[in-house]
Design a protein. Structure first.
Length: 267
């Protein structure tokens, strides 16, 4: 193996949720490594520095809508001609945080379904449509799903005592754990289904990521106590593993869930 196998230059990488905390870092690092990047998000683009890069295209797209995805993929293919990597990164806490953080006993089915639509159903749609494109590639393709530590372990509810997120009382609702566990299950199924077609499907399982503009100091202090490395992750610390799975250096890895949590899940 040589370092060239870690090279992603020239690869066409699709990133959903490109305006989010992790998504912005993903776009930046992929472009730094000379990939061609298509960013999809429901919000209007505010990555002005990226917009000026000839290797970046932003497409406003509701990834809950199959027709919108098809139109977005057509636009991207017209510019970049093919797809090599799909990073299913988009997730939601819903616009109404009070409803998202509501107690389980009072949780509404509408809110549950809204979260599932983005966190899991959109990954099904994106994987189906981009995977069909990969089937036409000589070298297949790579799908990387972003799950969460709460897809493999139960939340420690003590972390959320007296904590707030964007000024709302914070918790970790069941729908978040259920959707992120579903991502891992979908990853394994797709890896088995498409393995002989040279399509790799893997999953990144991050622990808590630092978001100082939205997380309060109480949450940060409580969370840090539970982590052997003593702190939340920085978004850029999740990126190298994603770049590795995007590269040819990971040619014999599929169906795996790579945990990046500072040791949170070992206890």
């Amino acid at each position: 193996m040589t370092l060239s196998e870690f090279d992603i230059s020239g690869k066409v990488i699709l990133i959903t949720g490109c305006n989010g905390l992790l998504g912005r870092s993903l776009v930046e690092e992929c472009l730094k490594n000379n990939a061609k990047v298509a960013g999809l998000d429901l919000e209007a683009s505010h990555n002005m520095a990226f917009d000026k890069n000839e290797n970046f295209i932003y497409v406003k797209c509701n990834i809950k809508n199959e027709l919108e995805i098809r139109k977005a993929l057509s636009k991207i293919k017209n510019q970049f001609k093919r797809f090599d990597v799909l990073i299913n990164n988009a997730a939601t806490k819903t616009e109404n945080l009070k409803e998202f953080f509501r107690k389980f006993e009072d949780y509404s089915l509408d809110t549950w379904q809204e979260v599932m639509e983005v966190n899991l159903n959109s990954m099904f749609l994106m994987s189906k449509l981009v995977g069909k494109e990969f089937l036409n590639n000589k070298n297949g393709g790579s799908i990387i799903q972003i799950s969460s530590i709460y897809g493999i372990v139960s939340p420690d509810f003590d972390i959320y005592k007296n904590s707030k997120y964007k000024k709302e009382i914070m918790s970790s609702p069941a729908v978040y754990s259920a959707s992120k566990a579903g991502v891992i299950g979908l990853t394994k199924w797709l890896a088995g289904y498409w393995g002989k077609k040279k399509i790799k499907v893997n999953c990144i399982v991050p622990g808590g990521i630092e978001d100082s503009s939205n997380q309060d100091s109480t949450f940060t202090k409580n969370y840090n106590k539970k982590v052997p490395l003593g702190r939340l992750a920085r978004a850029e610390e999740i990126i190298p593993a994603i770049l590795f799975l995007s590269s040819d250096a990971s040619s014999y890895i599929t169906g795996q869930s790579l945990v990046i949590d500072g040791g949170y899940s070992i206890r």
